[in-house]
Design a protein around this ligand. Structure first.
Ligand code: NDP
Length: 284
């Protein structure tokens, strides 16, 4: 056997809380499926200890790690380099360690885009995006960089919504507009893609509905939800009933995992075993 047999590639996650994060189960399912000699260690890391954890990963020769709440922005000054989309988004959820250098990526947006591209190309199309938080920011930037013509950002908080629209206009070629979410929102007819990037629908509020006119959802539209738990949100069910093409939050989560694994190991893994594990966990 190779001398490397007893030294696995190390990857993992730094977040707090961490105990309910299913990423380890998803990623290790992919490692097993492909026979990749790698581990994914789920670590509960407090804000004060993030810098120590990053130095530890470097010292132990990790290939990289995910960062989740509350570290996605705080990790940025600890890194040597940012990938272009992560630099625009201003947040990192995936760090790659290459030749001792820490490189920040944002695979949330990449995961969303990969999931979207299984059914539609956003190039030249019009997008309606509900939300202006971390997930929405990643989705708006990545979709704009992929050539979306226009993005309408619909958000409850005006300052956050305006800031995201300004960011997209300043740093990408897409035309972003902000619409304050006051009462029922009607999706414009020419919309190709509708995205829920709010936390509406997340367990345990599984029957929560977005304040939107369901009649304005047309059969040709793609309707995507970021909520992974449960995957069949009210929005997904409503959009399906209207004849739309739907994408659930598991698609984004799995593709975000595929992107991270590719960055750490160079292998493009099959998403099916990952999706199966998550479905089992979320009992979908
Ligand atoms: P943030 O807290 O950064 O943003 C939350 C967003 O939801 C804001 O735009 C907020 O609006 C909006 N919102 C929340 N509640 C309501 C409400 N009742 N009515 C209207 N708007 C509301 O969270 P994140 O962006 O980090 O995460 C959002 C969701 O995305 C989470 O549920 C998370 O699970 C999911 N996610 C999924 C991923 C995946 O891979 N599938 C990856 C990352 C996140 P306002 O600004 O007005 O407060």
């Amino acid at each position: 056997p190779e001398p490397s047999t007893f030294l696995s590639l190390l990857t993992g996650s730094f977040a707090t809380p961490a105990a309910e994060n299913p990423t380890v189960a998803m990623v290790e399912a992919a490692y097993r499926h492909h026979g990749i000699d790698a581990r994914y260690i789920n670590c509960d890391v407090s804000a004060e200890k993030l810098a120590d954890a990053v130095r530890g990963a470097l010292a132990m020769g990790w290939a990289g790690f995910n960062c989740s709440l509350p570290h996605k922005v705080a990790v940025v000054p600890l890194l040597d380099e940012l990938a272009p989309s992560a630099a625009i988004i201003g947040a990192v959820n995936c760090v790659v360690i290459r030749n001792g250098r820490l490189i920040g990526e944002n695979t949330d947006g990449q995961g969303f885009l990969a999931s979207l591209q299984t059914v539609a190309d956003p190039k030249g199309r019009k997008v309606v995006l509900f939300g202006a938080g971390g997930a929405a920011r990643a989705i708006a930037v990545e979709t704009a960089l992929a050539g979306a013509a226009a993005i309408t950002i619909v958000n409850r908080d005006t300052a956050r919504g305006m800031e995201l629209a300004a960011l997209v206009n300043a740093r990408t070629s897409a035309a972003a507009t902000f619409v304050p979410w006051e009462g029922v929102f009607t999706i414009p007819e020419e919309t190709a893609v509708v995205v829920n990037a709010t936390s509406i629908g997340l367990f345990p509020h599984v029957d929560a509905r977005l304040d939107l006119d369901l009649e304005s959802l047309a059969p040709g539209m793609v309707v995507a939800d970021v909520i992974p738990n449960p995957p069949r949100t009210r929005l997904i069910r409503d959009a399906e009933a209207r004849g739309c093409t739907v994408l659930d939050g598991l698609g984004m989560l799995v593709n975000q995992g595929i992107a991270g694994i590719r960055l750490w190991t160079g292998v493009t893994v099959d998403g099916e075993p990952m999706r199966r594990v998550l479905k089992g966990i979320f009992d979908a």
